[in-house]
Structure formats: structure tokens, C-alpha cells
Design a protein around this ligand. Sequence first.
Ligand SMILES: Cc1cc2nc3c(=O)[nH]c(=O)nc-3n(C[C@H](O)[C@H](O)[C@H](O)COP(=O)(O)OP(=O)(O)OC[C@H]3O[C@@H](n4cnc5c(N)ncnc54)[C@H](O)[C@@H]3O)c2cc1C
Ligand code: FES
Length: 363
Amino acid sequence: MTGLARTPIDDVTLRLADTAAWLTTPLMPEDYLTLINPLWSSRELRGRVEAVHPETKDVASLVIRPGRSWSTHRAGQFIRVGVDIDGVRHWRTYSLSSAPERGDGRVTITVKSVPGGVVSTHLVHRTTPGTIVGLTRPEGGFVLPEPVPSRLLFVTAGSGITPVMAMLRSLARPGEMPDVIVLHSAPTREEVIFGPELRTLAGRFPHLLLHEQHTRSSGRLNLSQLPDLCPDWPERHVWACGPTGMLREAETYWREAGIADRLRMEHFRPAVTTSAAGGGGHVRFLVSGREADADGATPLLVVGENAGVLMPSGCRMGICYRCTGRLRSGRVRDLRTGREYGEEGELIQTCVSAADGNVEIEL
Ligand SMILES: Cc1cc2nc3c(=O)[nH]c(=O)nc-3n(C[C@H](O)[C@H](O)[C@H](O)COP(=O)(O)OP(=O)(O)OC[C@H]3O[C@@H](n4cnc5c(N)ncnc54)[C@H](O)[C@@H]3O)c2cc1C
Ligand code: FES
């Protein structure tokens, strides 16, 4: 375990738990200690929300103290957070917005409440200090390489600033900040997440240039502005995070310039295309006995959740394979590629698959 502030009492208690577990049954003593402090569990990583700081009207940062089996993250990585809402645990993915160097054993995630969003609205508007959440260890490759390149460009929009903020906070030490340009879009100045901190950093480090694109007054950032905003853009290593449309444009722009390898992207949502949608149909979830009608564009994960099925999930964008279910009959379509799957017994990723006709799935 690294990066956690543990008291001597915690250490003694943990050692007692380990010894007792070894002497008696492998499970019971820790179970009792976990009742006293849920963060002591070594089987399930949990965290305690210690503070909730509003960032904008619909965005908040949650300060979380992770439990004993946490491992330090790299700036830019994400975790999965398990939140209990009305007796059901929902898992969602959030980038860590704190720097690994924070030093008080706590981490932050910064969440934007999306309209109709089950977990984001709960985290931003209804979570209070003391809440225990499930956690996974940090993962993801949207990180700075070692050594850090001398010239960086960050292209972000909305909540896409969160992993980049972790990187900037990590670099904001004397002698560590390279030449950085941040091009960030938000509807207004007030809605720039971490706006005051970004402006302070830009004032503190002469080689950190911040361009805020306030889209409500100035329109969307067009990549044709890039040569003006960042004349040496082809020579910079680039990290981009924001809405799917922005990332698609960036991908095309850097690919056409023949330097796609300079661009790293983090997607918060799966890159689904409407042209990949299937025909929809009636879906039967065989294990839970639930059923529902589905259109051809809604992932079976969402169809199942709306029908009250306890659907396993993780990243919700086709990366982690935690949402798979066995297809028993019918055909589904991968919403990213339009590819059809229909073999009996085939494992499908429910987060990126939609019904193309009637479907029976083992969930
Ligand atoms: C690697 C990764 C890192 C992420 N980091 C962050 C982060 O730092 N901060 C953050 O706020 N979110 C982040 N997300 C997105 C987050 O995981 C959730 O998707 C988001 O909070 C919405 O969850 P929900 O339960 O509120 O919405 P759901 O109930 O799952 O969906 C409700 C509606 O909102 C739409 N929706 C889902 N996700 C989004 C989204 N991201 N933007 C707009 N509409 C959406 C759905 O299509 C649906 O119509 C990240 C996602 C990934 C994969
Ligand atoms: S939830 Fe991660 S692949 Fe489906």
C-alpha cells in the first residue's frame, strides 16, 4: 500500500486482524473489523468520501480516502466507483483529478452531473461526507511518458479537463513544468471546471499558456484555429479529452497531418455511430426473468438496467469486458462498428451491443 496516511492504531489493528485471520478462520476477524471501519477490508477496495467541493453549478469534486489495498495512480488514470443508489450498486468510471503527489492519502474525482444521469447526479447533488463507495485500483494509459516531453499540448472540453488537471497539478512544481499549451472549451467562463486554478497556474508558470474557448459567445473551437493558437502544434505531444465529436475531429486532423502517433485520447463515452444501430426487438433476460422492448440504438446494458435487471458493468464503453452476457438466441449489433453477432452461446458486451430483432440473453 502506498500514499495513505495510516495511524499507529490502524497499523496495530490491521496486524491483529492478519494474525487473528491466520489463527482462526480466513474470513471472520476481518469481517468484524470491516464493520468498525469499512476501509480496512483487504478483499474489497472501498473509499470514504471525506468532502464534496462544488466546482461549477453542475460539477463537484469528491475527496475520497481509499482503503488499505489502494495503489498510487499515475496522473491521467481513471478508477471505477461503485455507488449504492436505492439498494442497487452502480459502477461508473471517473478520471482521478488529483495529482499522485497530493500526499495526504486522499484522491479526488471531479464529476459533471449529466441530465438524467443516474450516478453523476447522485454524486454531485446527493452525496455527503462519510459516504462509503466501492473503488477499483487506478488504470489506463492516458498518462505522461517518462521523461515528460519538453513541449505539450492539451485539447480538452467540459469534464474532459479532469485527467489533464491531474497532469497539470502533478507538473506544477518548481522545475517540473515543461512548455504547455492548454486549449480548453466550456460554454462560459463560469462553467470552466477548475477555472480559477487553471488561471492561477497560467499566471504562475510563464511557459503554461491557457486558451479558454467560451463556446456560448465564441462558438466551438475549430481545429483550423490551431496554427494561430499553437504554431508549433505538429511538434507537440498531444493529450485530448472531451466529447466524441471533438475527439473524432482531432483524430482526423492529426491523422491527415501524418502524425497520429503524437495524439493520445481519452473517451468518456463509447464512440457509437447511429449508422451502426440495429432494428431493435424484444429482449428476454433469462436469469432474472425480466423482459423489455428495445430500440436498435440502446445498449442492452441500459435496456436491462431500465427493466430492473442487476446488470454487471464497468467502463460502459467496450473496454473492460465486465458487462458480458451469453447470447442464447437472436442477433445483436456492436454499436461502434455495426458488426453483427448471433451465435448461440456467444459472449457479448452488453454496453456496446443493441438488439437486432428479438434476443434472449443469459443475465
Ligand atoms: C475513462 C473514463 C473516464 C471518465 N471520467 C469522467 C470524469 O472525470 N468526470 C465525469 O463527469 N465523467 C467521467 N466519465 C463518464 C462517467 O463514467 C459516466 O459516464 C457519467 O458520469 C454519466 O454517468 P451517469 O450514471 O450519470 O449516466 P447514465 O445514467 O449512465 O446515462 C444517462 C444519460 O446520460 C448519457 N451519458 C452517459 N455518459 C455521459 C457523458 N459522459 N456525457 C454526457 N452524457 C452522458 C447517456 O447516454 C444517457 O442518455 C468517464 C468515463 C470514462 C469511460
Ligand atoms: S462495461 Fe466495460 S466493456 Fe462493457
